[in-house]
Design a protein around this ligand. Structure first.
Ligand code: DX5
Ligand code: ZN
Length: 269
C-alpha cells in the first residue's frame, strides 16, 4: 500500500510550545506509549505512514540462515514481507564466536534492496565503521561496551557522514542509562534480549523494563529513533517486546524454522 518502508530521517514531533498546545494523542496503538502530535497533522493514517515510527518491522537474522544457500534465504526474507535483514558480525573478541564480515555483506548488498541492518559485535568498531558503510550497510549498530564513549561517538559520526543510519546496542547487563550520551545521534537503539554471540538462546523477559525505560527516553529525546530487540524473539515473546515499546524485532531461529515465513512475519507484528 502507501505505507512508507522507512522511518523518518528526523523526528516527526513538532517542537515548541504552540505545537504542544495544539497536540492531541492519536495513537494508543499496540498498548504502547501514546505520542502526541500536532492537531494540524490530523488523524489521517497517511500522516502516520509518512512517519512510520509506529510500524512494527521484522528483521530476520541470517545467523540462522543456510550460509551455503544465502541468496535463497535472503529471497525468503523478502518474500515473507520482512523489511530488514539483520546481519550479525562477530570477531571472536567482543563475543566468543566468529560469524561473517565485509565480503559477505558486499555480496548480500548486490542481491537485495531490503534494508541491511548490520549488528557489529566487534571490539572497537570505530576501526571498521566506514568500511561496513561502504560494503552496503544501511544501519550500522555498535555496542556501547565495545569502546570508550569518545570512540563510540566517533563511530556514530563516521556512519552518519557516510549517509547511513548510526545505531547503538546494549548487552543484557548494561543499564538503560548507558544510551543517554548517544540518544540524540542515533536512528536506532538495539536492546539485547540474550547475551550476544549465539542464535537460538532463550528470551530474557527481564529485559522488558529496560525496553520500556529506553522507549520513554526515545519519546522524550528523539521520537524518530527506532527501538529494536534481538535474541529469542518468537511469535509469543514478540508481543512482550512490542508491548514494552520495541518496534523492530530481530528473529533468527524463529523465522528460519517457521514453515510459513509470511505468516510468521504477520504473527509477530
Ligand atoms: C546474537 C545475535 C542475534 C541472533 C538472534 O548474538 O545478535 O541476532 O541471530 O538469534 P535468535 O533469534 O535465534 O535468538
Ligand atoms: Zn544481532
Amino acid at each position: 500500500g502507501i505505507i512508507a518502508q522507512r522511518p523518518p530521517e528526523r523526528p516527526l514531533r513538532a517542537a515548541g510550545p504552540a505545537a504542544q498546545e495544539n497536540s492531541e494523542s492519536i495513537l494508543p496503538a499496540h498498548g504502547r506509549t501514546t505520542i502526541s502530535m500536532p492537531a494540524a497533522a490530523g488523524r489521517c493514517g497517511a500522516i502516520l505512514c509518512i512517519g512510520g515510527i509506529f510500524m512494527i518491522r521484522v528483521s530476520p537474522s541470517i545467523l540462522a540462515a543456510d550460509f551455503a544457500d544465502l541468496g535463497r534465504d535472503i529471497g525468503r526474507i523478502k518474500q515473507a514481507g520482512a523489511e530488514y535483514v539483520h546481519i550479525d558480525v562477530m570477531d571472536g573478541l567482543f563475543v566468543p564466536n566468529i560469524s561473517i564480515g565485509l565480503p559477505v555483506l558486499s555480496c548480500i548488498r548486490k542481491v537485495t534492496d531490503l534494508t541491511l541492518d548490520v549488528h557489529l559485535m566487534i571490539d572497537r568498531p570505530v576501526r571498521y565503521a566506514e568500511r561496513f558503510c561502504q560494503a552496503g550497510a544501511d544501519i550500522v549498530t555498535v555496542h556501547v561496551e565495545a569502546d570508550t564513549q569518545e570512540n563510540t561517538l566517533e563511530a556514530l559520526r563516521i556512519i552518519r557522514a557516510c549517509g547511513k543510519k548510526p545505531a547503538i546496542c546494549v548487552k543484557p547487563k548494561t543499564p538503560a542509562e548507558a544510551v543517554l550520551p548517544f540518544i540524540g545521534l542515533v536512528d536506532l537503539i538495539l536492546v539485547m534480549t540474550v547475551e550476544p554471540g549465539f542464535g537460538g538462546q532463550s528470551f530474557m523477559a527481564d529485559m522488558m523494563p529496560k525496553v520500556q525505560a529506553i522507549r520513554a527516553y526515545i519519546d522524550e529525546k528523539n521520537p524518530g529513533c527506532e527501538l529494536e530487540v534481538d535474541g529469542g524473539v518468537n511469535a509469543q515473546t514478540a508481543k512482550l517486546c512490542t508491548a514494552a515499546g520495541a518496534n523492530v524485532l530481530v528473529a533468527g531461529s524463529a523465522f528460519f524454522k517457521a514453515e510459513d515465513k509470511a505468516a510468521f512475519v504477520q504473527a509477530v507484528k
